[in-house]
Design a protein around this ligand. Sequence first.
Ligand SMILES: C=C(O[C@@H]1C=C(C(=O)O)C=C[C@H]1O)C(=O)O
Length: 256
Amino acid sequence: MEKVANTSDSDNNGLTLESVRQSLIRQEDTIIFSLIERAKYPFNSPLYDHDSLVSPSMVESIVKDSEALQAKFGRYESPEENPFFPDSLPPLVVPPHNYPQILHPSGASININKTIWDIYFKQLLPLFVPKGDDGNYVPTAACDLQCLQALSRRIHYGKFVAEVKFIDAPEDYGQAIRAQDKDTLMKLLTFVSVEEMVKRRVAKKAMIFGQEVSLNDDDKKGKCKVDPSVVSCLYDKWVMPLTKLVEVEYLLCRLD
Ligand SMILES: C=C(O[C@@H]1C=C(C(=O)O)C=C[C@H]1O)C(=O)O
């Protein structure tokens, strides 16, 4: 009988490295459109102020309450979704959807949203929104929520990437996992040429999605709504390294 070269189709509900990469490419659109939407508003610092050490900021309350509402209707039943405030989420009010169990159970609970939250507000936001305060706090927070959820979904999708890579080469990965060797795992899962393509593609998408569209061809194109080099830098410095961190964390407990 002929040997099947790639076992991932049968083992993983049709998920392959190619299909997870296609999903990451589509998620780039969501991330870039959500950044463009957030860039409509200035920084709006009152959203992020704490009155005291104990009381939450406005954005924290809005994200927390939005997550609670979405949890009731099953958002976090999906293995692709991870909450920023996982404690005390309300129970489901709808029947659970039976998502296929693709991920290894111990890796499924990895959640690095605290890191994503800090990077988004402290480092990323000041890079692409103008300074100022226009009072549109709730629409601005709604955009922050969109950006956070899109970034979180993309970065935690590293679990699926890691799963298909493991299934495709269980011996190579198995050895490094048993040795709990993070450096070797990082080397095995890294594809520099893919990362270079991602950086170039997201810059190009930012340029195309963020341009002014006019019916008059003679109109001068204004500047992009989000600087393409900021998007490429976001992927280079944070999105891809964090995705790989999730991949390593997932693999470390893949044989538990
Ligand atoms: C996601 C993958 O794993 C790694 C992370 C990448 C990313 O976050 O875009 C790209 C290439 C790999 O170094 C992949 O192989 O596609």
